[in-house]
Design a protein. Sequence first.
Lengths: 113, 113
Amino acid sequence: MISTPTATPTPDVYSTIGDPTRRALLLRLAEEGEKNVSELVEPFSISQPAISKHLRILRDAGLVSCHKRGRLRLYSIEADGLRQVYDWVSHFERYWDEKLDALGDHLDRKAKD
Amino acid sequence: MISTPTATPTPDVYSTIGDPTRRALLLRLAEEGEKNVSELVEPFSISQPAISKHLRILRDAGLVSCHKRGRLRLYSIEADGLRQVYDWVSHFERYWDEKLDALGDHLDRKAKD
DNA sequence: TTGACATATAACCGATTGGATATGTAATCT
DNA sequence: AGATTACATATCCAATCGGTTATATGTCAA
């Protein structure tokens, strides 16, 4: 009984979503709800073990969870961990969605929250 | 006419921000404005060439720009490319800013779109 | 012009990554 | 029980990564 049960080694969310396959998996789980591994593999041209490895990484990052039903493993999105990405990238928001003229003051104030 | 500004080979923004050093560089440029390389190196315990390499990657990803002044290269944030990350991660927004109790139905319905 | 400074690039290296194939394990079906 | 299905894990491999030191290039200052 060595195995660390859930004890997340916090495997960086940013690098986890750095991979396009993993992003696609996350998006699909978010849009279509829980899916088993075979269903998740299907749209890709890569092997099942490769997808299982991605799912493992996603699980370790806390971005998905899974439970068994019969011989299926049903994976679901666990999006809380993505919030930190949202928060980080929000720091740059003012650079793209506003003309920063007299607005600068307002933004500086918000930045202090 | 669209004209790719610097002929970006689009070296994936997601993997670019996967590195913590690069995220720190971006954040600092955003918060403190343009900086030369020496200034950017200073807070880190890694070598100047290592930072220059990161800056190269950031430039290739279109996330920073630089211009010369004397013997200095002044780097500035170019945050537009981060918007796609913001947009992507926004897909998961509903998972963290809503209590999904009786809301589940509503969400399931939306998922079918 | 010579030397110091600012920065980029080159060459190299060990660690990690993302894939493949092969095998293990548990649940279901006949 | 035996075969099949669904998935995870093990092992291996080439490519990429992030760092290093060494070197090249261009600019300023004396």
